[in-house]
Design a protein around this ligand. Structure first.
Ligand code: ADP
Ligand code: MG
Length: 365
């Protein structure tokens, strides 16, 4: 985060922005009386790529629109480098925030060339200067050769890069991206993500990126902010959220799980996959017990839970298995290395390592 120490530069060169800190303080927002954000406080550090992750309708786009100045919060403040840009008595209009916005559908102007699209956001500059900066931005995304083309003649990946160049050309200190890869086909995504990451690192802008895809967030983000129903659930690195989820929602967002609702009795919980100690819970407390699919081990014999295979799905490297076990109607799921079990096998045994058990207070979002 070297950009953090560079406070100001009168004439930044080569299209490098100077990263800002973007802070949300206790944001409340609603649409037509329907609350969409509740007490959201979050800080994106200078130069950081922070992913807003959450299911559809959790408030990700709303938070981005508030940062861009396309909405005003009902309550709370937004600060850019500690300067209030939105608050009870302050509202800096979008064009004065120095914040770049990239929409989900790229929103390119179809009747303008690639070059004109990128130059569009630079109309405050002189002709010569805006031309120069638009060319720098196009060069940065590797599209100089396509400057005179129109958007319809470009592939999805190229359109994405034009949108990125347009958002970056005014050298915003914060770049806001709403699901920037969702319009791309899956084979393109990996390449475009890597290119985008490289460009972001080079420009050093602080970036706030929205996605509903946990794997994409893990792949790209320095830190992830997980939202559910307008509230922040957990903020941290990919490892924090994956290995130390604060509740069942986070755990389930990052991996497929077998989950059981249990009551603590004599300091233990009795699940269809075994009895486990629950030392950090009260007697009689309701607890969600969660076990990731690869943590359910299948053995022909020798495991401690008898089970019957009810379906097998070959997925290439791994195989997804559904199992029936005594004492529950719930289908237990497992994921094993393909080829590990011989075909036609029906009766097996299961075992789960105590270390792979996750337990959470029930009903806590
Ligand atoms: P996300 O981007 O996480 O899918 P949004 O921020 O778009 O979620 O939406 C959060 C909630 O606010 C949803 O319930 C959505 O229906 C509602 N909402 C979003 N935009 C509007 C709007 N312009 N008018 C009314 N309700 C809206
Ligand atoms: Mg959205």
């Amino acid at each position: 985060m070297t950009a953090a120490s560079v406070k100001h530069h009168p004439q930044p060169s080569a299209g490098v922005a100077f990263a800002s800190e973007l802070a949300f303080e206790n944001i409340e927002h609603d649409y037509q009386g329907q609350q969409t954000l509740r007490g959201v406080s979050l800080i994106a550090a200078p130069g950081e790529l922070l992913c807003l992750l959450g299911p559809s309708g959790s408030g990700k786009t709303t938070l981005l629109r508030l940062a861009a100045g396309l909405e005003e919060p009902r309550q709370g403040r937004i600060l850019l480098n500690k300067r209030e840009i939105s608050g009870p008595d302050v509202f800096v209009p979008p064009e004065q925030r120095g914040v770049g916005l990239m929409f989900q559908d790229f929103a390119l102007f179809p009747h303008m060339s690639v070059f004109e699209n990128v130059r569009f956001g630079l109309n405050a500059l002189s002709q010569a200067e805006s031309k120069k900066q638009a060319l720098v931005a196009l060069q940065r995304v590797g599209l100089s050769d396509l400057a005179d083309q129109f958007p319809h003649a470009l592939s999805g990946g190229e359109q994405q890069r034009v949108a990125l160049a347009r958002a970056l050309s005014p050298r915003p200190s914060v770049l806001l991206m709403d699901e920037p890869f969702s319009g791309l086909d899956s084979r393109l995504k990996d390449t475009v993500r890597d290119e985008t990451l490289a460009i972001l690192r080079e420009t050093r802008a602080t970036a706030l990126m929205v996605t509903h895809d946990a794997e994409e967030a893990m792949r790209m983000a320095d830190r992830i902010a997980l939202l559910n129903d307008g509230q922040l659930v957990q903020v941290g690195t990919a490892e924090d959220l994956y290995y130390r989820p604060v509740n069942l929602f986070t755990a389930a967002f990052f991996s497929e799980l077998n989950a059981f609702e249990c009551t603590v009795l004599s300091g233990r919980v009795d699940t269809p996959l075994g009895i486990f100690d629950a030392p950090s819970f009260r007697e009689g407390q309701s607890v969600s017990v969660a076990i990731r699919l690869p943590s359910v081990e299948i053995e022909v014999e020798g495991g401690n839970i008898p089970a019957r295979i009810i379906f097998r799905r070959f997925l290439g490297v791994v195989e997804h298995i559904g199992l029936a076990v005594p004492g529950t109607e719930q289908v237990i799921q497992a994921r094993i290395r393909a080829g590990q079990l011989k075909s036609g096998l029906r009766d097996v045994t299961l075992c789960v390592n105590e270390h792979d058990i996750m337990m959470f207070e029930s009903g806590f979002k």
